[in-house]
Design a protein around this ligand. Structure first.
Ligand SMILES: [Zn+2]
Ligand SMILES: [Zn+2]
Length: 235
């Protein structure tokens, strides 16, 4: 991320950021511009950028839930191309949840990395004028990149690194016990699989049920019909 523009950057609109970078430069004359830049960067990072960093993780968690819910709930594995390539792995995951733990690094993370490489490459071009926004894109892209790996860890009961277990226990990433709620048939809740932070509030709001009710009324399609038929066929 480039900070070339920081020396002239006035962080207008940054919540609680009390001074312009020019003023910080003045107070750091002896220690030089670099120190002033660092000071300004840290001040502003701790405020709007931090909020946007957090919002990026929440967005990734919601997006993971939305994609997972769509693939679990609608469509058939017989649909050309996306049925086999996209929907079937989600349906198979309900039949054999531990199969994911046998996937290697590339199979687990390759698909998501293909999407997030573009926003991450874009961030290398961002100057400090777009810094808070860049924090949002950065945390969103990193959280999306890690989603399948985090999901895999939530199904892994042996040999997990200690730091992963600590992150799960602190609910920084999707905990194992928490994700088990989704794996109770008919798999109609707790779809978020990045951090899982949104699962409880969305369940309390009845978000997925209300959205399904709306779609069923608009299209006449019942949720999970194909998933249930397919599960029966494979039993
Ligand atoms: Zn599922
Ligand atoms: Zn799972």
């Amino acid at each position: 991320m480039g900070f070339g523009g920081l020396g002239v950057w006035k962080p207008t609109g940054v919540v609680g950021c009390p001074v312009t970078v020019a003023e910080i430069v003045e107070t750091h004359k002896e220690r030089g511009v670099f120190c002033a830049q660092l000071h300004g960067m840290l001040l502003c990072f701790s405020q709007l950028a931090f909020i946007l960093f957090f919002a990026g993780i929440l967005t990734a968690d919601f997006a993971s839930g939305l994609v997972h819910w769509g693939a679990d709930t609608w469509g058939s594995v017989d649909i050309p191309v996306i049925g086999k390539a996209f929907l079937r792995p989600f349906r198979e995951h309900h039949i054999d949840p531990t199969a994911i733990t046998r996937h290697d690094l590339i199979e687990t993370n390759g698909d998501n990395c293909m999407f997030t490489i573009f926003p991450l490459a874009y961030l290398t071009l961002v100057t400090c004028e777009g810094y808070p926004w860049a924090c949002y894109v950065f945390s969103l892209a990193i959280a999306v990149t890690l989603t399948n790996q985090i999901h895999k860890w939530s199904h892994t009961y042996f040999g997990l690194p200690r730091w992963v277990i600590i992150l799960q226990d602190l609910h920084v990433i999707l905990p194992r016990k928490h994700h088990r709620i989704h794996h109770v048939s008919p798999h109609e809740t707790y779809f978020c699989i990045t951090t899982g932070w949104l699962n409880y509030p969305l369940a309390r709001l009845g978000f997925w049920q209300k959205t399904e009710y709306l779609i069923e009324n608009l299209t006449g399609h019942k949720p999970r019909t194909d998933d249930m038929q397919w599960a029966r066929k494979t039993e």
